[in-house]
Design a protein around this ligand. Sequence first.
Ligand SMILES: CC(=O)SCCNC(=O)CCNC(=O)[C@H](O)C(C)(C)COP(=O)(O)OP(=O)(O)OC[C@H]1O[C@@H](n2cnc3c(N)ncnc32)[C@H](O)[C@@H]1OP(=O)(O)O
Ligand SMILES: O=C([O-])CC(=O)C(=O)O
Length: 371
Amino acid sequence: MSATKGLEGIVAAESKISSIIDDTLTYVGYGIDDLTNNATFEEVVFLLWNTRLPNAEELANLKEELAKNMEIPAAITDLFKSMPLNTVHPMAALRTAVSMLGAFDEEADVMEAEANYRKAIRLQAKIGTVVTTFARVRQGKEPVAPKPELGYAANFLYMLKGEEPAAIEIEAFDKALILHADHELNASTFTARVCVATLSDVYSGVTSAIGALKGPLHGGANEQVMKMLTEIGSIDKVESWVQNKLDNKEKIMGFGHRVYRKGDPRAPHLRVMSEKLTKLTGKPELYDMSVKIHDMIVEQKKLPANVDFFSASVYDSLGIEHDLFTPIFAVSRTSGWVAHILEQYANNRLIRPRAEYVGPDMQKYVPINER
Ligand SMILES: CC(=O)SCCNC(=O)CCNC(=O)[C@H](O)C(C)(C)COP(=O)(O)OP(=O)(O)OC[C@H]1O[C@@H](n2cnc3c(N)ncnc32)[C@H](O)[C@@H]1OP(=O)(O)O
Ligand SMILES: O=C([O-])CC(=O)C(=O)O
C-alpha cells in the first residue's frame, strides 16, 4: 500500500454536477463561458441541484423561495455582536453562523430528499444575509433587510452597502457568483462529501466545507491576492517584489492549480471584468499591476492564473472589504457544496480511505518512571 500525496489524480467519486476535462469546465455539460455569458446565478443554482436548466416557472419559483427565506434569526446578529470584531476573520464568523443556522432549522436532521432540498434553499437564501449582516455589524451599522424584488446578486450588494447597486455592478457580481458556483471535487467540496457520507446533516457538511475553503491554498487565496496588490502598492514596484518572492521560492497567490495545466477558464472572464471595473472606479493601476504580475509568473513559472487572481481586483472595484472576498466565494460555492451533498446522499457510501503507515515497528510499552 503506498500513498498518493494530496490524492493527486485519484478519482474519488462519480458526479453529474460539473466536469473539468482538458481544461474545459462544464456545469452539467453546459460550458462555463456559455453560462457566464447567458445565465443568472439562480438558473445555475437550479441547474446544479436538479442537473437540468429550469423553465420560466421553475426559475420564478426558486427566486421566490430564495427571496422568502433570506431573513436570518436575530440570534445570529447577536452572535456577531458578541464576537471580538476587531480580530475575528469573517470566514470564522461565517463557519460559526452556518453551524448555528442548523441549530435553528427544525428539519436539520430530517434526511428525506425533499427536506434536504428545502434546507438547500434555506441555506442558500440565508448565507448571503449572514455575510452581509456580519459586515454591517462589524461596521457598527444596522443590518439591511433583503428586498424580495431584487435578484440574488443585487440583493447581496444591497444588503452589504444599504443602497441598490448599479446595473454594471449587478452584472459583474452575478457573473462572479456563476464562475465560483462549482468545481468538481475541489478540497472544500470533497470535505462536504466526506462529512455527509457519514449521514451527517447538510449544515454540518457546509460548515466543514467553509473550514476547508478558508485556507489560502484554496478559497482564501483571493484575499491574499488583494493583500499582495496592496503591499506592492504601485506598478513600478511589481518587478522587484515578484522577483524577490520567486527567488525565495515563495508561492504567488492566485497562480497554479491542481487540475488545470494550460489555464483556468474562469480567469479570462474575471480579467475582462477587472479591466472594465478598475477603469470605471478610477483604479486602473490595480488591473495594470495584476497584468504585470501575471505576465511575470506565466513567463518564469509557466503557471497560469486561477479563479482567485483577477477576482480580487473585481471585488475591490465593487467596494467590497478585502476579508469578505472568501466569504463571498462561500456564498456562491454553497450552491455547489449543496449539489454535491444531495448527490452524495442519493448514492451514499461512507468515504474512508487508508493511510500508509510509516511510523515505528511494534514497540513495547515503557512504564512512565522508566522513560
Ligand atoms: C479556488 C482555488 O482553490 S484555486 C487555488 C487557489 N490557491 C492559490 O492560488 C495558492 C497558490 N497556489 C498553490 O499553492 C498551488 O498552485 C495549488 C495549491 C493551487 C495547487 O497545488 P499542487 O497541485 O499541490 O501543486 P504544488 O503546490 O505541489 O506545486 C507544484 C510546483 O509548482 C510550484 N507552484 C505552484 N503554485 C505556485 C505559485 N502560486 N507560485 C509559485 N510557485 C508555485 C510549487 O512551488 C511546486 O514547485 P516545485 O515542484 O519546484 O516544488
Ligand atoms: O478545484 C480546485 O482544486 C480549486 C478550485 O479551483 C475551486 O474550488 O474552484
